[in-house]
Write a protein that binds this ligand. Structure first.
Ligand code: ADP
Ligand code: MG
Length: 693
């Protein structure tokens, strides 16, 4: 297969655009895409027609306005190109109007109370900055989704607005340094973790089917302690899946780059080459969908849940984030002497101040029922936001804040001590996997995001809060009479004021929690406690000031997040109760009954036969079964008392129902360890985690 030839073959990309559009139309469209100018309506019909002809040549019969409602998923409604043309015939048509606006019924999408149910009208509007593509016989047109009254109902519109905000603010900063550019874009490279399990095994687990994670399961005798899975050689079925996945993604123009086994058994990762945030978000949505579809082709199931299995690592999505100009400068590139790179130091200081000041919403935007199980466990950063700077930048900031002496280090040449191996320059920073927000040489890596989440959310927040910090800096420094002196003083002041958020050590260590508390950093461990940060006035205000959300939109989104949490826990709790009552208890009871009848038979045959172990087993199983059923009852009672729309429903779910569920699970897992394998009603952790070869 010729990869460069197939790459992007399903995409209406720049090359195709250039070859299918008249020159003037192409130029005008390019201007809209590159400079963010409003589209010239007079070219719409021509573009639509060219796009349709191209799509039809790729086998498309339909088109859809593809959008991203507030669900973490994408939505699509397919319309065919057919148009009656007099007589009995039809022609294939896409008008400019149909390309540019659509009008899906918006009433069945989450709105967080921002609209009345009867206000059903919603509009989708073409986003020409992300390319259209043909998939499964339909032309997909990326769009934003807004209500009749103009509120955004999706993740795309605010993402684009946040990109505009940071573009505007960064250019003001660059202007102070006489750096010219037309556009500043944020770039994102999301590393996607996932699990692959056998389809047949999956289909026997109601919890996996209903909730995406196992609600029960005693640990397998072998977990990840041998550290042999990470980067291990790929099993044939996994390798075949990954090959198929890469090829499929490449055809959609997605820059799939690295693939490897992750730390937990059955866990893997895919990392793309980074691109503009907007395209990256679309590509990641498509990647998640395609992963599931390709898995199905291989009789596998791809799990994107943040914590499908207890006791082994969960899955995240590292959000690598940077800023670059259209002239090709990465603004987070420190250069050889960061200490004297004043523009870099100012940008760094602003980012640090934003992360500290708005740590509440940065944490809140990645909160979900799934991610609650992951943050603060061994595999993921804690729920506390902190920034890791690495040795070199860390030492520079220490020198500013603590007055320590900073000796610029010369680039070190390294050798790995093997004579044949070459000498290579050593990176100036080591890695720190435990930090939620780590500077990794020329970008920040935000590691708190969960694997199933939309990449849009953290980038909306990140772009907005950094734009706010840049705006504040620009406002101050634009008035400066002694720029050289004032810019350094401004950065230094920020480093000093926000030094508490910098933490260059082990974020997984037990001491960090108390140290963070002493520093006054937030530690909101679950969604119910984290999300209300969005309601605080100072946090709403930053979105409003940067033109990303109105007050109503900001609040609606937080409400949806909480509602979603409540609904997710409810589904999990109900699934758990069903499985306990209908599957686990009958199994435990049947096995206990068999043990009892065996015991009676043995005793009747030989009265002196030793039966102590058997009796103990019967008792322990009976106690575990009984306790589990009592815990189920308590779970059901607590659940019944919480209505979805209730004000503190999320908190009550987090503080009552979740602990109830943990109890049910503890007793069930105890029973599982004692129950005969043949009696256990569904595949166990060994079956699930080790069945793909
Ligand atoms: P790792 O952190 O796993 O060692 P890399 O350093 O290769 O991996 O990069 C991880 C991810 O960061 C990749 O998806 C890559 O495209 C992305 N990345 C690299 N540079 C940038 C940048 N300037 N902006 C955004 N993402 C970037
Ligand atoms: Mg990484």
């Amino acid at each position: 297969m010729n990869i460069p030839e197939i790459f992007g073959e399903h995409v209406y990309n720049d090359v195709v655009m250039r070859s299918t559009l008249p020159k003037e139309v192409y130029k005008s469209l390019r201007k809209t895409i590159d400079a963010g100018e409003t589209i010239d309506m007079s070219i719409a019909d021509t573009v639509a027609n060219a796009m349709k002809d191209w799509a039809v040549s790729k086998g498309a019969t339909h088109y859809t306005h593809w959008f991203q409602p507030l669900t973490n998923l994408t939505a699509e409604k397919h319309d065919s190109f057919i148009e009656p043309c007099g007589g009995d015939g039809v022609i294939m048509q896409l008008t400019g109007k149909s390309l540019i606006v659509g009008e899906p019924d918006a009433s069945s999408f989450p709105s967080g109370g921002s609209r009345d149910t009867f206000a059903a009208r919603g509009y989708t509007a073409w986003d020409p900055t992300s390319p259209a593509f043909v998939k499964e016989g339909t032309l997909y047109i990326p769009t934003v989704f807004v209500s009749y009254t103009g509120e955004t109902l999706d993740k795309k519109a605010p993402l684009l607005k946040s990109m505009t905000a940071i573009d505007r603010a960064t250019k003001r900063i660059l202007k102070l340094f006489n750096i010219e550019c037309r556009k500043v874009s944020t770039t994102v490279g999301p590393e996607q973790e996932y699990f692959l399990i056998d389809k047949e095994v999956y289909e026997q687990r109601r919890d996996l089917m209903m909730t995406g994670r196992t609600l029960f399961g005693a640990p397998a005798p072998r977990g990840q302690e041998l550290e042999d899975h990470y980067f291990g050689s790929l099993k044939p079925r996994v390798a075949a899946f990954m090959k198929d996945l890469d090829e499929t993604l490449w055809r959609y123009g997605i820059l799939a780059k690295s693939k490897h086994n992750e730390a937990a058994p059955a866990q893997h990762e895919l990392a793309p080459v980074f691109t503009s945030s907007n395209v990256s978000v679309d590509n990641n949505q498509l990647t998640m969908e395609i992963m599931k579809k390709v898995a199905a082709r291989h009789d596998l199931v791809c799990l994107l849940h943040e914590k499908p299995f207890e006791g082994i690592n969960g899955s995240g999505k590292h959000n690598n984030w940077s800023l670059s100009t259209d002239t090709g400068i990465n603004l987070l590139e420190p250069g050889e002497h960061p200490e004297s790179n004043t523009v870099f130091m100012l940008i760094l200081a602003c980012v640090i101040s934003a992360v500290d000041k708005y740590q509440g919403i940065l944490r809140a935007c990645v909160a979900s029922a799934g991610n609650d199980h992951r943050l603060g466990e061994d595999e993921a950063p804690p729920a506390i936001i902190s920034v890791y700077l690495g040795d070199q930048i860390g030492a520079i900031v220490d020198s500013i804040v603590l007055g320590k002496n900073y000796v610029p280090s010369k680039p070190v040449k390294g050798s790995i001590g093997v004579p044949e191996s070459p000498i290579f320059p050593i990176d100036s920073t080591d890695r720190n996997r435990t930090s939620p927000f780590a500077f990794t040489g020329n970008k920040f890596e935000f590691r708190m995001l969960g694997s199933s989440a939309s990449v849009a959310d953290p980038n909306i927040v990140l772009n907005t809060i950094v734009a706010e910090a840049f705006t504040a800096a620009a406002e101050k420094l634009e008035k400066s009479e002694n720029f050289e002196k004032d810019v350094k003083a401004y950065s230094d002041k920020l480093f000093k004021a926000h030094y508490r958020v910098i933490f260059n050590y082990n974020g997984y260590g037990p001491e960090w929690e108390s140290e963070a508390e002493r520093r006054g950093l937030l530690n909101n461990k679950n969604t119910a406690d984290a999300v209300p940060e969005f309601f605080k006035k100072e946090n709403v205000d930053v979105f409003v000031r940067q033109g990303v959300y109105t007050k109503a939109e900001a609040i609606a989104r937080a409400n949806i997040q909480l509602e979603n949490y409540v609904k997710t826990i409810r589904i999990e709790a109900l699934t758990m109760a069903d499985m306990a009552r209908q599957q686990i208890y009958p199994a435990v009871s049947a096995y206990t009954a068999e043990l009892c009848s065996n015991l009676a038979a043995k005793k009747a045959t030989i009265s002196s036969i030793p039966t102590a172990s058997e009796e103990e087993l019967i008792k322990t199983l009976a106690v575990a079964g009984e306790n589990m059923m009592l815990a189920v009852k308590k779970l059901e009672t607590d659940l019944k008392e919480i209505a979805v729309g209730e004000k503190d429903a999320a908190k009550r779910m987090a503080h009552f129902v979740v602990p109830d569920m943990e109890k049910v699970r503890t007793y069930a897992d105890e029973a599982e360890k004692l129950c005969a394998k043949d009696y256990w009603p569904f595949p166990d952790y060994t079956d699930i985690l080790y069945s793909v070869r």
